[in-house]
Write a protein that binds this ligand. Structure first.
Ligand code: F6P
Ligand code: MG
Length: 475
């Protein structure tokens, strides 16, 4: 597309890329899991008509899996009334209607989820069914220890911040900054598959200006870290007495990641570093785990009644004859505190959800100013727009094969300097594209164990072990 970078995109045909691995190994599994989920829901439902409707979708998904595995040409998205159908189909035509293993990775992966959605939206009884919802809930339940631990810490911090309000000594400012860095890093690692990297933090530690050991340990895996510059922007806006100071979060995954996003949002609001936080979810089931508005509601209701959420045996528990251990009274109080805080912020209009179909378009964010000018104008009014996760980073950089030492500000094209948008990417690396590294840094990591060595593949960037936190000051 003419609006995109001229640097070539990653292709599913490139056998040394994660694009290829992803198309060959992951997509068939993802479609199979969707079929299994739907099969289960179909067999549980009473209405014959609804069952038959569901079976048709199962057949379509099976056909889609066949097409992927047999490298068939992509077919146009059927008209399901979506405003984006023409966008998907005209780009497919421009690409020359290629096959699954010979196509830009970004377009093709978005097409996969859009195509899945069409099967549901054209049905009668399953239009709003989220085929990934079970997986999202299951993962969130399994992160129970980290959820409880963070709830306890969040409650302590917010309570202490309330007591310390008005203190303006330098140590306090410095503590605030360290706390900001910690919160952002928790939010960052919430995007990793390996949650063990989560930092431990106590208010005493922060007041003594000591970052936690765990955070320090994981910090060496953050290859680019521009958080101090972001803190400066927010602090300056606060000190300038600006009345409305908005932070946006372009969300990634539901469950634990959304939970840590809300921890960050709640912290920004409680500390006065922001007065409004706008959350941007997806509008259709997306890349398995991405947040839909319903996931936000589900998270709040889990917090509202944590005993029901965590103590009711899941289907897996029942199969294994297991009963989840009960929550302590303190756990329940901590969770209720979070619920009250966030529900209050939501009700007061400080914590807002704002959907836009742009987030599930197939293209890069280089297209934003031209394709969705209203959204672009809206984002300009934010102090900082935080883009969470890997896919958002791929879209910001056009999922292109940049030299890894290319500055981030250059790789995000029209959203870079003078765009009017302050862009912060919080991303654990789960794909090939990476920018903003020092000269030779990519080669250095490639030479480490599992880094890819001489294979020609940037394997180190595929697993979520490494991260980049890149900021572009657009105004
Ligand atoms: O594993 C591959 C993949 O589907 C990538 O294509 C995608 O960028 C990533 O996973 C999703 O990760 P995230 O949820 O962090 O965007
Ligand atoms: Mg995601």
């Amino acid at each position: 597309m003419e609006l995109d970078t001229k640097t070539p995109p990653y292709l599913t045909s490139d056998k040394s890329s994660f694009a290829y691995v992803s198309a060959r190994d992951r997509w068939p599994v993802i479609i199979t899991q969707a079929i299994d989920d739907l099969y289960r829901s179909v067999s549980e439902c009473d209405s014959r008509e609804k069952q038959d409707d569901g079976k048709k979708i199962i057949e379509e998904l099976a056909r889609l899996k066949y097409e992927v595995q047999h490298d068939r040409k992509l077919t146009p998205i059927k008209d399901d009334g979506g405003v984006d159908v023409a966008i998907y189909n005209s780009e497919l035509e421009q690409l020359g209607t290629p096959s699954w293993f010979n196509i830009p990775w970004l377009y093709c992966e978005c097409y996969l989820y859009r195509r899945l959605h069409t099967s549901f939206s054209l049905s009668t009884h399953w239009k709003n069914y989220d085929v990934f919802s079970r997986q999202k809930i299951k993962t969130f339940r399994s992160s129970r220890p980290a959820v409880l631990e963070l709830a306890a810490r969040y409650r302590d911090l917010v309570t202490q911040m309330g007591h310390d309000k008005g203190k303006a000594d330098i140590d306090h400012d410095e503590a605030q900054k360290i706390l900001f860095l910690e919160m952002c890093e928790i939010c960052l690692w919430g995007n990793a598959t390996d949650l063990s990297l989560l930092t431990s933090l106590t208010y005493e530690d922060i007041q003594k200006l000591q970052g936690s050991e765990a955070r320090k340990a994981s910090e060496k895996n953050i290859l680019v870290n521009d958080l101090e510059a972001v803190y400066d922007v927010l602090r300056k806006a606060k000190h300038a007495g600006k009345k409305e100071r908005r932070v946006d979060i372009v969300l990634d995954n539901a469950g634990f990641e959304l939970y840590v996003d809300l921890i960050l949002a709640g912290y920004l609001l409680s500390s006065g570093l922001a007065t409004v936080v706008v959350l941007h979810p997806k509008s259709i089931p997306w890349f398995v785990s991405d947040v839909l508005p319903a996931d936000f509601a589900a998270l709040l209701s889990a917090l509202a009644d944590p005993k029901r959420f965590y103590e009711t045996p899941s289907d897996d528990d029942k199969l294994q004859d297991k009963t989840p251990s009960p929550l302590s009274d303190k756990d329940v109080v901590d969770m209720s505190f979070l619920f009250q805080e966030w529900a209050h912020m939501h009700a007061e209009g400080q914590l807002i959800m704002r959907s836009n179909r742009f987030w599930t378009h197939p293209g890069s964010y280089w297209r934003l100013p031209s394709v969705e000018p209203d959204l672009y104008e809206d984002l300009k009014t934010s102090e900082v727009v935080i883009f969470k996760g890997d896919l958002n980073y791929r879209k910001l950089t056009g999922d292109a094969a940049w030299d890894p030492s290319t500055p981030f500000t250059e790789a995000i094209g029209p959203l870079g300097p003078n765009s009017g948008v302050n862009v912060l990417a919080l991303r654990t690396c789960k794909a090939d594209v990476v920018v903003g590294l020092k000269l030779g840094q990519d080669e250095e990591i490639r030479a480490t164990e599992g880094g890819g060595g001489d294979s020609g593949a940037r394997k180190w960037a595929w697993s979520g072990k490494w991260a980049v936190v890149s900021f572009s000051q657009g105004k």
